[in-house]
Structures are given as structure tokens and as C-alpha cells.
Design a protein around this ligand. Structure first.
Ligand code: SF4
Length: 397
């Protein structure tokens, strides 16, 4: 049996954890086309006739194509999709089609530590982990009881590993692979304050630098947590802000107010090397002014921002009615979320303050796909938005 991780065209620095756990259980190798896309047809070289694809919404189209190609060349091959252990990673659901290989081990201390050396891209990870360029991924919990309407992780049973088990994994990775840094991959890491404080206290002796790459909840963040995780080596964190409008926050059932987000940012900014906010353009009910307010919020607070575009679909990859109304129809096999996943690293955005038409032009080029998914947002209007943002950023200086 051989596993395949299709190309998501994003998060090249993060291994697919579902396939990594599964392959550790089965002691099988993984062809990792995400971190090592070339040669893209190397699965043909395998003697195996039993393939298992680990499919996420963001690589659905590529996974389908791989399956077709395998069956074209080897009509008698078995091509299944992986089900189990994790159902979501980085907010993208794992999905299946046709036959599945199901693994029933619950997310708990019973899971083995992932053996990433089974990925054929492992040497890339190893070199990057050892140089400290990439972060070793650590999933301490999955699930989230909150109900943010745009989020695939919503209303899922919250399951944890013990803190001691997580620390053991980090020690193991330190000894075996000489990792220098790690990142927390949880859907909602700061759901339980006591657990975060325990984690911080037990992580500190490892002397590893770490980050919270997924969004923390601003309403559950306070000075005590900030001081504890900073002291234990956390250098960078993110908040799932989503919108700078209370009206939109209410509509998406975020369960947070703008004041709470601002407070969390003000606690984090002086303590951490960088603070990031996740924002989503085009949430249901937003106007262009709301989206502009997001940009202004980012400027005002001088944070990095991770922007994405709202692309509604359900776990079965059904595009919802709102999107159908405003788009001219996006084919299902078109990797919806990988389109939206061209998130924009907003470190560059801050540069717009000091400059500059070229910076704005660069920014606009990177936002071109926004126009694609908001057909009502024509280039002329887009230029108007940018002029407004630019003017507002100058006046706030
Ligand atoms: S709190 Fe975070 S993980 Fe939970 S539903 Fe909301 S966005 Fe998703």
C-alpha cells in the first residue's frame, strides 16, 4: 500500500498530518506531491497496486486527476481515499470519494508520534527543521465547540492529547530530528486556559521557539496567557479576527466583539515579535466599506494580516446558495479553497504607508483574484477602494 498526498499548492512547509499518522500506523511510504511536486507522475514508478489518497478540499481536483491517471495506466489498481484520525487541518476538511481506507484510532494519546521519515519529501523537511527555517507541526487538540458560520472546524467535538504526551513528541523530535522550532496546529488552541498554562510551563525547559499559526480566540486571551506562552518560547501568534465590524462578527456568530479583538491585540503587540490577524473578505452581509474597514484596522494596529476570500461550501463540497448567486458558477472540481487560499501575506501591506504607487500596484495585482470571486467588484471600483484605503492610511499617520 502506498499513500499519496496531492498538491494543495499551499502550506508546502506543513506536512499532511492525517496521512503522516496513517502511514505511521501502516508503516507505508507517502508520495508527497505537496512539498515535493516534481516529478508529478512519480507514483507511476511504484510497484504497488494499492493506492490511498489523502484528499483535502483544497486539493480535490488534483486528487481526482491522480486517480484517473492511475486507473488509466493500471485499470486493476485499487485507489482509495483516507478517512479518519483527522477530519480537518488548517481549516480545510479532509474529504473522501468512492472507496475509503478508514482508520478508527481516536485523536488521543493512543496515536503514535508521526514518523515523517516515511514521506518521500522528508529530506526537505529535515533540512528546514534543522536550520530553523520551518516549524515542526504539533497538533495538541482538534475540534471546536464554537459556531462561526464560515469555519469548517465549527461545532466539532473537542478532543485533546495530554500535555505530557505532546511534550514527549517534541522531545522525541528534538532528539531524532534536531528540530529548532515548532508551531501549534490546533483549531482552537486557547479554548482551555488551564491547559494552555500547563503547556507553557512544560514547554519552557525544551528551549524551543514556537508560534501559534492558527487563529487564537481573542475573547479567551489575556495577560496571564500572553506572559506564560511568551516566557515559554512563543514568538508569534495569530488571532482569528475575520472582520473589524461588530455587525459582521455578530452575523457570522463569532461570539466576539471588536473591542475584545482590539484588547487582545493590544495585549499581544508589546509582548510578541509579531502579531497576525486572519481576515476574510466578502463574508455574507459585508459591504465594500466593511472590507475597507478591515484594511484600516490592520493599518491602525500595525499588525500583519492574513487575508482570504470567503468561499462558502459545506463539508460535502457543496457550494452554498449565496455563492451561486454572486458567482457565475465555479466548477466543483476546481479546488475552491485553494483559490481562496492564495492568502496574502500582509507584511508588505504595511509598506504602503511609506510609499507608494508601485506598492499599491503590487498589492492590487495580488488581489486580482478577489475581483474574480466578487464579480460585482469591477476594476474601477477596486481602484476606488484602494484610493480610499491609501488616503485613509495617510491621514492616520
Ligand atoms: S473559534 Fe475558530 S476554530 Fe472555532 S469555529 Fe470559530 S473560527 Fe472555527
Amino acid at each position: 500500500m502506498i499513500f499519496i498526498n496531492p498538491d494543495s499548492r499551499t502550506n508546502k512547509d506543513i506536512p499532511n498530518l492525517a496521512v503522516s499518522y496513517a502511514t505511521t500506523v501502516y508503516r507505508s511510504r507517502v508520495i508527497d506531491l505537496n512539498t515535493m511536486p516534481d516529478p508529478g507522475d512519480r507514483f507511476y514508478d511504484e510497484k504497488e497496486n494499492d493506492y490511498v489518497l489523502s484528499v483535502q478540499s483544497r486539493n480535490y481536483g488534483h486528487a481526482r486527476k491522480i486517480k484517473e491517471e492511475i486507473l488509466l495506466k493500471r485499470p486493476h489498481a485499487s485507489v482509495r481515499t483516507l478517512k479518519g484520525i483527522l477530519d480537518i487541518q488548517c481549516c480545510y476538511p479532509f474529504v473522501t470519494f468512492d472507496e475509503t481506507l478508514s482508520i478508527d484510532i481516536p485523536f488521543s494519546d493512543h496515536l503514535p508520534f508521526p514518523d515523517y521519515s516515511l514521506l518521500d519529501s522528508f529530506q526537505i523537511f529535515l533540512a528546514k527543521w534543522q536550520s530553523g527555517e520551518w516549524y515542526y507541526p504539533l497538533m495538541t487538540s482538534i475540534g471546536c465547540p464554537f459556531q462561526c458560520t464560515y469555519c469548517m472546524s465549527r461545532r466539532r467535538v473537542y478532543k485533546t492529547r495530554s500535555v505530557d504526551n505532546c511534550i514527549d513528541e517534541l522531545r522525541h523530535a528534538q532528539v531524532k530530528w534536531d528540530i529548532k522550532k515548532f508551531c501549534i496546529m490546533d483549531d482552537c488552541f486557547n479554548l482551555k486556559k488551564g491547559r494552555v498554562l500547563e503547556f507553557a510551563a512544560k514547554t519552557k525547559p525544551l528551549n524551543l521557539e514556537w508560534i501559534c499559526s492558527n487563529g487564537l480566540r481573542a475573547d479567551l486571551f489575556d495577560e496571564e496567557i500572553a506572559d506564560a506562552i511568551r516566557a515559554s518560547g512563543c514568538r508569534h501568534l495569530s488571532f482569528g479576527a475575520e472582520s473589524a465590524s461588530d455587525r459582521i462578527l455578530e452575523r457570522i456568530q463569532k461570539g466576539e466583539t471588536l473591542a475584545q479583538i482590539e484588547k487582545a491585540v493590544s495585549i499581544a503587540k508589546p509582548r510578541f515579535d509579531s502579531v497576525n490577524g486572519f481576515f476574510i473578505f466578502g463574508l455574507p452581509g459585508t459591504t465594500m466599506e466593511d472590507d475597507i474597514e478591515n484594511l484600516c484596522f490592520i493599518l491602525k494596529h500595525g499588525i500583519n494580516a492574513h487575508l482570504s476570500v470567503y468561499v462558502p461550501f459545506d463539508k460535502g463540497l457543496q457550494i452554498d446558495a449565496i455563492f451561486n448567486k454572486t458567482s457565475s458558477g465555479v466548477p466543483l472540481d476546481n479546488d475552491l479553497s485553494s483559490q481562496s487560499n492564495r492568502m496574502l501575506r500582509w507584511a508588505e501591506w504595511i509598506g504602503i504607508r511609506e510609499s507608494s504607487l508601485p506598492a499599491i500596484f503590487k498589492y492590487m495585482c495580488r488581489l486580482i483574484f478577489l475581483i474574480k470571486y466578487r464579480p460585482g467588484l469591477l476594476p474601477k471600483q477596486f481602484l476606488t477602494i484602494m484610493r480610499m484605503v491609501y488616503a485613509k492610511s495617510l491621514s492616520s499617520n
